[in-house]
Design a protein around this ligand. Structure first.
Ligand code: 13P
Length: 279
């Protein structure tokens, strides 16, 4: 497949490319805005949305790191449309291995072919039993699959954005850190060449209009950052917050000192709302 856009996160000499990624991360240190479009738009609607809002989006992205994550089918067309803009492209999941028997899934290789620089993995809407207790054996096994996806993405020089977070019951039982620890353990054990991005997304805050307090978010971020202290990639792990972010609460959330960005769901599909959140 022919794509004109120059890949953002890879060149032929992968070690050189890795150095560039690391350098870019160190130099930019911009607040990251990741738009998770979930399944809000069809293929046609995704293209129409971008056509209508491309200029505005590009100017929002001039001084901010803006990443759009549409569903799979529009990726290729959006990749072409975003050529020479400030906006980067991400996917919403990938298969655990580069090739194999994974019916219905999309490989990291295909994501690389269409110039995805990022890929969300482990989103609670994708995990098998998002509402069950995250510590039971099935979900712990799932954490390992998510780590495998992260490894595969990194092999293609795509930055994984790994979602972690507790459900309501786990928060009430004060098990937030225990849950995050179980979700991160297989990731931290990987031989990481690129530091993944972690999104702290408490399940109870997604699409509910409820958000944790800044103190609760900051505590979770601190715990996540400490979990990566032993990982030697010379870069800092970036931690995003996601869950019911709107233009009404974004300025309050931005006061969290150890926060590196937002993972925005529904509000990212409204250009006026997105602009207010970013600017
Ligand atoms: P909302 O912003 O719609 O709550 O979704 C958050 C989310 O799941 C982003 O990945």
């Amino acid at each position: 497949m022919k794509v004109n856009k120059k890949p953002v996160l890879y060149i032929s000499k992968s070690s050189t490319r890795l150095q560039i990624i690391k350098k870019e991360r160190c130099m930019s240190k911009k607040f990251l805005y990741v738009a998770n479009w979930k399944t809000y738009f069809s293929y046609t609607q995704s293209l129409a949305w971008l056509k209508k809002n491309k200029q505005q989006l590009d100017s929002i992205g001039q001084n901010n790191e803006l990443i759009i994550c549409p569903s799979f089918i529009p990726l290729q067309k959006l990749s072409l449309a975003l050529n020479k803009t400030n906006i980067k492209l991400g996917a919403q999941d990938c298969a655990p291995e580069l090739t194999g028997a994974y019916t219905g899934q999309v490989s990291a290789q295909s994501l690389k072919d269409v110039c995805c620089s990022y890929c969300i993995i482990g989103h609670s809407e994708q995990r098998i039993h998002p509402t069950t207790h995250s510590l039971d054996s099935m979900v712990v096994h799932e954490n390992e699959i998510i780590a495998q996806k992260a490894q595969t993405l990194i092999s293609q020089n795509i930055s994984p954005i790994i979602c972690v977070g507790e459900c309501k019951l786990e928060r009430e039982q004060k098990k937030t850190q225990q849950v995050i620890k179980a979700q991160l353990e297989p990731i931290v054990a990987l031989d990481l060449k690129i530091m993944p991005i972690i999104a702290y997304e408490p399940i109870w805050a997604i699409g509910t209009g409820q958000t944790p307090t800044n103190e609760q978010i900051s505590k979770a971020i601190d715990f996540i950052k400490k979990s990566f202290q032993s990982v030697n990639t010379q870069e800092e792990v970036l931690v995003l917050y996601g869950g019911s972010i709107t233009s009404e609460n974004s300025n309050i959330l931005k006061k969290i000192e150890n926060l590196d960005g937002f993972l925005i769901g529904k509000a990212s599909t409204d250009i006026q709302e997105l602009e207010k959140i970013v600017l």
